[in-house]
Design a protein around this ligand. Sequence first.
Ligand code: CA
Length: 224
Amino acid sequence: MRILIIEDEKKMASFLERGLKEEHYTVDVAYDGEKGLEYAMTHEYDLLIVDWMLPKMSGIELCHQLRNEGKKNPILILTAKDSVEDKIKGLDQGADDYLTKPFSFDELLARVRALLRRPAHLADKTVLECANLKLDLIKRQAWAGETEIALSQKEFALLEFLMRHAGEVVSRTAIAEHVWDLHFDPMSNTIDVYINFLRKKIGETVSKGKIETVRGIGYRLACP
Ligand code: CA
């Protein structure tokens, strides 16, 4: 899952970036509202974490503009403001949730997980399943039947994306947009390499789920 952090305080931004990366998320950072809006309009983010007070464009203005453009990414607003009117204003402009600084990183993570579960078909799911493949998003464990599969962070993120779209064809572009960050080179064969890592690890188990190649488009996780 790919997250965009828009936060001008460098220390806070790098604290969030590091913490979220440790939790396997793919993370990009913008340090002002305009750059944040540009990134959000040109890439597919699963979640935006937006500071309220930003140079060039406030977090609230950014929410407003994104919603006007029809963008539906979940947005979590971070701010030192904590009056009720401010919260209502933020939510009215299209933010989905609100966290007042200072906050505990564990609380931020819980809110991030809740917002990423928002699509109706994934509501309340902290464990994804496809055939006998199981992915526990909180414990960060993967299983095929009784066998635990040891995955790197990237492999886990890739399998999570495939499982969220189980049975559907996902393009290489969609995979790149949701699993890799801004530094990803679209001309490289990185995705295919990681798919092969995953296939190998899954193939060594009694998995009934299988990653199929859809020629010229991408991949599909088949769940018989
Ligand atoms: Ca700020």
